[in-house]
Design a protein around this ligand. Sequence first.
Ligand SMILES: NC(=O)CC[C@H](N)C(=O)O
Length: 319
Amino acid sequence: MSLLQTFLEELHSRYRSLEQGNPASYIPELAKADPSWFGICVVTADGQVFEVGDVQQQFTIQSISKVFAYGLALEDHGREALFEKVGVEPTGDPFNSLIRLDEDSKRPYNPMINAGAIATTSLIKGKHPTDKLNHLLAMFERYLGNPVFIDMPTFMSERSTGHRNRAMAHLMLNFGMIDQNIEVALDLYFQQCSVMVSCHDLAMMAATLANQGIQPITQKQAVNPDYVRDILSVMYTCGMYNRAGEWAYRVGIPAKSGVSGGIIAVVPGKAGIATFSPPIDANGNSVRGLQVFEELSLKYGLHLFDLSMGRCVFAEALK
Ligand SMILES: NC(=O)CC[C@H](N)C(=O)O
């Protein structure tokens, strides 16, 4: 057994008994998650898989979808046109905060918080709503390497309770930052958040980003490699909400979390890593996931600025 597999199993048995946080409940369907679900998966850029725990359990992707929708919007509009509509500055505020929308620029700060994600998704191309949805689903399928499905109960649950998100869309419409059809944009945003994935799938998606946008198994290009740099930059500075700074300090690799309990992280050129465990903390990040990533980063010198240990330690662990 490889050293990495042994370490993942050790981490899994150490943190499975950690009982902190609770599954998100503000979207009623998410409260049904089993708090004991826990999976860890590492997929290398060349497609080797190391995993442990509930890696095949399906759940809705939630905010992790923002990373991939941003990539699609970059492909649809280009870097500069998108930058005029959605910024790249971290906020330090909760992911669902509205307050900065009423500042001078009126432009949402970044695509990893809800306001910026709704604005980003409103720009996804398509002649009509079904066209836009198919364009979005085809993109997810390129990363997963197989068909994707939307969980209807979660979509309906969020659609009928997502008043903050609806309020953000109205504010952005008021300032002319998104176009008229906000119900179409909100539906598409709620649908992208309700795409079903497993921890294994998420690691594969992250590995695709680690591999310059080429899916390690299908070897197909999932996203234009020119935009991988942009995606990873906003993940690095904004992906963990109001813990983004501490994450960059302690873990030091681009990442994104979602309220259903997933976290993905990308070690450029090397691997995609995902954890899944529904109990989240006050910032909306999976409690077990945070612990696992801190340990993995430390053990294998994954931090982008940790040049002392280098990546040779990680390469050794794969054998
Ligand atoms: N942080 C998240 O995962 C939030 C996603 C969720 N669908 C929302 O918009 O509130």
